[in-house]
Design a protein around this ligand. Structure first.
Ligand code: PGA
Length: 256
């Protein structure tokens, strides 16, 4: 059985003191949860990684970052590498989020380079894929999802594929309050698993965890998690408050 994984993407929110407050609040709220049952990941902005790393030491939660560069070091003003993320204690890194694709020129090619660099540094990459509204309305959902999955995973071996997490995030559902219905999410995520099965084999496809992301809230977490191909959630807005993120985690557990 695939272990559920819930990650909070704090995006460009939380100063250091606010991040400390949120991480401590979650630690208090979630300390009873057995890390054997679920993986919990917090992805603060770069500036708060050090402080949150310290709070998460000896906790049942892991640290993640929101992006990285594919080179280890160099003249790349403003960038942060996998080497630095490893150094700070990160275990996960989000790659190819739709906001990076939309506003910062991220492409399948850069996603693929970052994915390889993350694996090199033994960071678990969370690769985001998904269609926007116009693409869904013109029946291009499957084509876009296939393009993102195949482009992002280019030249990734079967062994390495087992180390990654995919997040299906329909862009029209991100930050809009418009969640994909459980069956819409399931349909796309089943499709992703079929692509993985063809590309690698069925066993590998069955082992890779696929999260859903896009307006996940305490109220809809359980019904999404009930779907057979939804193994967790990548949460934006609702991860910014202790109560809502803790409730999403609690509501997601034991529903399979
Ligand atoms: P949202 O964001 O939960 O605020 O819709 C999800 C995401 O961007 O990962």
């Amino acid at each position: 059985m695939r272990k559920p994984i819930i990650a909070g993407n704090w995006k460009m929110y939380k100063t250091i003191s606010q991040a400390i407050e949120l991480a401590n609040g979650l630690k208090r709220e979630l300390y009873k949860i057995d890390p054997q049952d679920i993986d919990i990941v917090l992805c603060p902005p770069f500036t708060a990684l050090t402080e949150v790393a310290e709070i998460l030491t000896d906790s049942n939660m892991s640290l993640g970052a929101q992006d990285m560069h594919w080179e280890d070091e160099g003249a790349f003003t403003g960038e942060i590498s996998g080497l630095f993320l490893k150094d700070i204690g990160a275990k996960y890194v989000i790659i190819g989020h739709s906001e990076r694709r939309q506003f910062f020129g991220e492409t399948n090619e850069t996603v693929n380079k970052k994915l390889k660099a993350a694996l090199k540094h033994e960071l678990t990459p969370i690769i985001c894929v998904g269609e926007n509204l116009a693409e869904r309305e013109s029946n291009k959902t499957f084509a876009i999802v296939r393009n993102h999955v195949e482009g992002g995973l280019k030249d990734i071996s079967q062994q390495d594929a087992l180390k990654i997490i995919i997040a299906y995030e329909p862009v029209w559902a991100i930050g809009t309050g418009k969640t994909a219905t459980p069956s819409q999410a399931q349909e796309a995520q089943k499709f992703i698993r079929e692509i993985l099965a063809k590309r690698y084999n069925n066993e590998t496809a069955q082992a890779i965890r696929i999260q859903y992301g896009g307006s996940v809230k305490p109220e809809n977490a359980a019904e999404l998690m009930k779907e057979p191909d939804i193994d967790g959630a990548l949460v934006g807005g609702a991860s910014l408050k202790t109560e809502s993120f803790a409730a999403i985690i609690k509501n997601s557990m034991g529903v399979k």
